[in-house]
Design a protein around this ligand. Structure first.
Ligand code: PLP
Length: 449
């Protein structure tokens, strides 16, 4: 075997095997040593094995151990070993999956992964889909398709003529929409601020009784999985009202849409399939390597109208799947390979078990924290737990001690005016023993034991 690749594989395996014994957040020393990287651009070539050695010795200790089982920050998935292995192989292939014409194998794996994902997530079998970098870009693609469709119905060609002079588009968002949704709206010229905001209930779900009366070109943005509470909007009544008004319904389902893959959780997303578009992540709950997100659009023609690119030197429509007609990029990596490998290895039952296991771990955290007398601020319906350790100062201090302690890593948030430690269980690697070990650390550092 190529000694360099063998060396990389051995270093990677050593890294992963050592995760359990190291602090989750890198030590200040390890981070300080990164300064050694900051040297002038080398004038002359160096042996590749020296380069790899430097990458490993400087880089590996300064990583956040989010590939292990005790990282609960943001909503960060680990990476299933099979998807890491597939990712390596696909990296060796180095395919540019702009189209099947240029990358037949990678495009075929991607198409099968998309079909499996539509089935797993309960989305229409004929919806167009594509892999993108994350839900942020999934939202951009879906909302670009929405913008196209609602303006086309009003007789306006937004791709050709832009938004100057276009009929106004009403955009409705929930009070608890994720900040990246606003970023997507801003990028598309729909405006971060010119939205109509619908109030949310105590768990962050959009209130269906407060959806404004809609007329003219309208886009309603719903959410599956509030980034703090995990709550999902009531899709059934919201989609029904929006559809009656002829509005396009988009769902930001970065992680919450995965409730659809778990029979015990599917009720949370009841009615979500009635929407027009969906964005979600594979790098969160499917546990494939970063980065990997998805967009699905019921009206594939609208997505293609927004994204298509053509030139005499590019493959013509009809020559096989053309990813670059469904995504903002032309050149792109083979994200579908990692997802295909994860899905092929887990199967439907394995994905359901992974999602349900994370939620069971979240409930165990909530149970242990409540039993010790701490306030869990949300209904733990999915994988998110918000806990207060007293007033804002006490909770912030606990978070700092926990992060320094290194047993696990959780971030802070604010929920309904209260500062909370935010625990997001999103990794295949988290075990019951991890949960008990982390819970014990939290309680010890909070002075509860
Ligand atoms: C609800 C929601 N939407 C969008 C995003 C952004 O996803 P990404 O970072 O994959 O772009 C997140 C990230 O946590 C999220 O929770």
């Amino acid at each position: 075997m190529n000694p360099l690749l063998q060396d990389a594989a051995q270093r990677a395996a050593r890294y992963l095997a050592a995760l359990d014994a190291r602090p989750v957040h890198p030590t200040p020393d390890a981070i300080a040593r990164l300064a050694a990287l900051d040297v002038p651009l080398p004038a002359r070539p160096r042996p590749p094995e020296d380069v790899l050695h430097e990458l490993d010795t400087l880089g590996s200790p300064a990583t956040v151990a989010s590939a292990g089982g005790r990282y609960f920050g943001y909503v960060v998935g680990g990476a299933l070993p099979v998807s890491v292995a597939a990712h390596w192989l696909a990296t060796a292939w180095d395919q540019n999956v702009a189209s099947a014409a240029g990358a037949p194998a990678a495009a075929a794996f991607e198409q099968v992964a998309l079909r499996w994902l539509r089935e797993l997530l309960g989305l229409p079998a004929d919806a167009a889909g594509a892999f993108v970098s994350g839900t942020t870009m999934g939202n951009v693609c879906a909302l670009a398709a929405a913008r196209h469709a609602v303006l086309a119905r009003a007789g306006w060609d937004v791709e050709a003529d832009g938004l100057f002079g276009a009929p106004p588009v009403t955009v409705v968002v929930g009070e608890e929409a994720h900040p990246t949704l606003f970023k997507a709206l801003g990028l598309l010229g729909l405006g971060r601020r010119r939205v109509q905001v619908v109030p949310a209930d105590a768990q962050g779900r959009m209130r269906a009784d407060r959806l404004p009366r809609l007329s003219g070109p309208s886009i309603v943005c719903l959410q599956a999985g509030n980034v703090n509470t995990g709550a999902c909007d009531p899709f059934d009544p919201l989609c029904a009202q929006a559809r009656e008004a002829g509005a396009w319904v988009h769902v930001d389902g970065a992680f919450g849409l995965w409730a659809q893959a778990a029979p015990g959780l599917r009720a949370l997303c009841a009615g979500v399939a009635a929407a027009d578009s969906w964005a979600t992540d594979a790098h969160k709950w499917l546990n494939v390597p970063y980065d990997s997100g998805l967009v699905f659009v019921r009206d594939g023609a609208a997505l293609r109208a927004a994204m298509a690119v053509s030139a005499a030197y590019l493959p013509a429509p009809g020559s096989g799947p053309i990813a670059s007609d469904h995504t903002p990029e032309l050149s792109r990596r083979a994200r579908g390979v990692d997802a295909w490998a994860a899905l092929a290895a887990l199967g439907r039952d394995g994905v359901a078990a992974l999602v349900e296991r994370c939620c069971a771990h979240a409930r165990a955290f909530a149970h242990g924290l409540r039993a010790a007398g701490f306030d869990v601020l949300n209904d733990v319906v999915l994988n998110q737990v918000l806990v207060s350790f007293g007033d804002a100062g006490a909770t912030r201090a606990l978070a700092a001690r926990l992060q320094d302690d290194g047993t696990c890593w959780c971030g802070l948030t604010e929920w309904r005016g209260r500062v909370a430690l935010r625990i997001s269980v999103s990794s295949w690697a988290t075990t019951e023993a991890d949960v008990q070990r982390c819970l014990a650390a939290m309680l010890r550092l909070a002075g509860a034991h």
